[in-house]
Every structure is written in structure tokens, then in C-alpha cells.
Design a protein around this ligand. Structure first.
Ligand SMILES: Nc1ncnc2c1ncn2[C@@H]1O[C@H](COP(=O)(O)OP(=O)(O)OP(=O)(O)O)[C@@H](O)[C@H]1O
Ligand SMILES: [Mg+2]
Length: 237
């Protein structure tokens, strides 16, 4: 079942300092929404807050009609919101198979099996790496495992922080279409990037965040057609 993600008046602090100041954002089902912004804009803080990994000072995070503000990471994931944090948080000493298994532990055995199959269908490259230790994989393969972990839970909302970080363009071109495919199947996808090109290549909707506040909201095409809107946001960071 698909559902929209609706963020309202979100306030988040890091080390006692507010970094998101009443953020409003909606991530509709069946589409890719890009969130762009310069270093320190608050993108990763938003991802951690959505995943239940950082407390909220204020605000609402609704998945369909369910309120998730203040929920634990396990509750958030069970409700259908999966986050892929910046930097690929894998269990590096464990195999790819074990990493997939860990990701699906809150699910029933039947759901976990179906999720594993779905993830491997999206990333068949991982089939031959299942018994490899995660630390021995390339950066691109590690990003595939991180995405596979999230997708194995069959999420209604998928949030990906810096898909392209440290990856060669050819690898990014392999990964980005998977997000389009997942969105086409009904998932609400939020793709966060510091680099606009990747995200705007696959996104339908786009937002720019700057200093913890929205600087632009509109269609991805609009932002592609107006690069000065984007460079303005980066220049005034
Ligand atoms: N662990 C932390 N402790 C204290 N402050 C932090 C911490 N992590 C981030 N911050 C601060 O929070 C603000 C937002 O940072 P955040 O990492 O969310 O930005 P970002 O948009 O993801 O940046 P980047 O593009 O560099 O990933 C910045 O001012 C940053 O210095
Ligand atoms: Mg970040």
C-alpha cells in the first residue's frame, strides 16, 4: 500500500543548536522528490530525524495518516519508512547475506524472504557477493547493499542520503534508475543530494534547503531550467 510522507513544522537541533527551523515538506507516493542543498544545510539531520535516529524538538512526520514523530527507529521502519543514511552504515565485518538478514529482522519470515528476493531482483549483481564480507566490496557495491537493506523491508517511503557520495558516475548511473523504478511501483522516494545533477535527472519534484529552511519548492524540471535558482541557494549558504 502506498502513502505520502508529510513533514510539518519540523524543528531539529544538533548539540543544542537548532539546525532545522520549522521545515515543511511533502514526499508524494509514486514519485521521486529531490532535496538539494549545500554543506551543513541540515539534509542529513532531516534524514536521521525521519529515521527516528535523532529526536525532534517540534513538528510532525506523517506517513499516510500515521504520526511517526518521536517513534523509535524500529517503529519507523515497521511503519514503512526506510532510511539509507549518508556514508553506508553496513556491518562491515559481516557478509552481504547477513547484512540483508539484519535489515529484515523486524519482519515475519515470509515477508523477509520476499523482501530479500525483491532486493536481489533490483540488484542482481549482489547474488554473487552474498558470502563476501561487506568491507571487501567496492563503494558502489556497498551502496547497493545499503539500498538493498532498505528495499528488502518493502518500504512505503524510501529516504536516501547522498546516493552518489564518493561513487564514479558510471556507478551512479546504475543506481539512480532503481529509485525511479521503485517510485514507479508506488513508493514515495526522497533523494537527498549535494550535487544537483544526479537528483534532478530522476526527480519529479524538487526542494532546495538552505540553513535549515526551504529556499525553493517546485518541479524538478523548473529547477533544471533555472540553474540560477540553484546556484543562488548555494552561493548564499
Ligand atoms: N554530530 C553533530 N554534532 C553537532 N552538530 C552537528 C553534527 N552533525 C551535524 N551538525 C551540524 O548540523 C548542521 C546541519 O548538518 P547536516 O549534516 O545535517 O547538513 P547536510 O546538509 O547533511 O550537509 P552535508 O552536505 O555536508 O552532508 C551543520 O551546522 C552541522 O555542523
Ligand atoms: Mg549530509
Amino acid at each position: 500500500m502506498s502513502a505520502d510522507l508529510t513533514i510539518h513544522d519540523l524543528v531539529v537541533a544538533r548539540a543544542g543548536r537548532q539546525v532545522l527551523h520549522g521545515l515543511e515538506l511533502s514526499v508524494p507516493a509514486g514519485a521521486v522528490t529531490a532535496l538539494l542543498g549545500p554543506n551543513g544545510a541540515g539534509k542529513s539531520s532531516l534524514v536521521l530525524a525521519l529515521g527516528g535516529l535523532l529526536p525532534l524538538e517540534q513538528g510532525s512526520v506523517r506517513l499516510g495518516d500515521r504520526e511517526l514523530a518521536g517513534a523509535s527507529p524500529d517503529t519507523v521502519r515497521k511503519a514503512g519508512l526506510a532510511v539509507v543514511p549518508e556514508g553506508r552504515w553496513l556491518l562491515r565485518g559481516l557478509t552481504v547475506e547477513d547484512n540483508l538478514q539484519v535489515a529484515t529482522y523486524p519482519l515475519s519470515r515470509r515477508e523477509a524472504r520476499a523482501g530479500r528476493e525483491r532486493a536481489l531482483a533490483l540488484f542482481p549483481e549482489l547474488e554473487k557477493r552474498l558470502t563476501s564480507q561487506a568491507s571487501l566490496l567496492s563503494g558502489g557495491e556497498q551502496q547497493m547493499v545499503a539500498l538493498a537493506q532498505a528495499l528488502a523491508t518493502n518500504p512505503r517511503v524510501l529516504v536516501v542520503d547522498e546516493l552518489s557520495l564518493g561513487l564514479a558516475p558510471v556507478v551512479v548511473r546504475r543506481l539512480a534508475p532503481v529509485l525511479e523504478q521503485v517510485a514507479a511501483e508506488g513508493t514515495a522516494v526522497l533523494l537527498i543530494e549535494q550535487f544537483a545533477e544526479v537528483a534532478l535527472g530522476v526527480a519529479h519534484h524538487a526542494h532546495v534547503i538552505q540553513g535549515g529552511r526551504l529556499a525553493f519548492s517546485g518541479g524538478a524540471q523548473e529547477l533544471r531550467d533555472n540553474p540560477e535558482l540553484l546556484s543562488g541557494a548555494y552561493l548564499h549558504a
